[in-house]
Design a binder for this molecule. Structure first.
Ligand code: ATP
Length: 149
């Protein structure tokens, strides 16, 4: 299914902002509509997991950036929250893994979000990159092949 990714992100952020009373900003590199071949429902689910983590582990200053290079589209979910210690980065995609029970307890959660995200990403053929600095914030990048229209 070929999807207008700018439209899909706008819709998802709007729904998320309404549901959680957030004010997530959408930044688009330019106005050209970008298309990718993917499963709409699963991509929304994927975005939802990352937005929810950004919300839970930050003060709510979150932005989503959409852009592209020659053959790839990137979506970045950027928060300025508590970040993830370097030593935990390779493990956060494991099932039930939570960085620090003390810091995450008040947000609840089961440590399943990111393992599900990994499964969805593999199923729809997108790549996920995780960059995080403890105490500074986290950037999740979703990479997908760009479709020329
Ligand atoms: P849930 O299953 O409800 O999503 P969870 O948030 O604990 O629970 P994951 O989404 O799998 O589980 O995340 C694993 C761990 O990675 C979290 O416990 C949290 O410590 C850390 N983490 C994930 N995203 C972020 C983020 N944006 N900023 C800081 N830490 C994060």
């Amino acid at each position: 299914n070929q999807l207008n990714i700018s439209q899909l992100i706008t819709q998802t952020i709007k729904a998320f902002n309404n549901a959680y009373h957030c004010d997530i900003k959408f930044i688009q590199e330019n106005d050209t509509p970008l298309f990718i071949e993917t499963d709409e429902k699963k991509l929304k689910q994927l975005l939802f997991i990352f937005l929810d983590n950004a919300r839970k582990y930050s003060d709510g200053t979150i932005s989503v950036e959409l852009g592209h290079d020659q053959d790839e589209v990137y979506i970045k979910i950027i928060d300025h929250g508590i970040g993830i210690p370097e030593i935990d980065l390779p493990k956060v995609f494991d099932r039930f893994y939570r960085v620090d029970k003390a810091r995450s307890r008040k947000q609840g959660g089961s440590g399943l979000g990111l393992s599900l995200a990994k499964e969805i990403a593999d199923a729809i053929g997108v790549i996920i990159q995780l960059d995080s600095v403890l105490g500074a914030g986290t950037i999740v990048t979703i990479l997908s092949k760009k479709i020329e229209k």
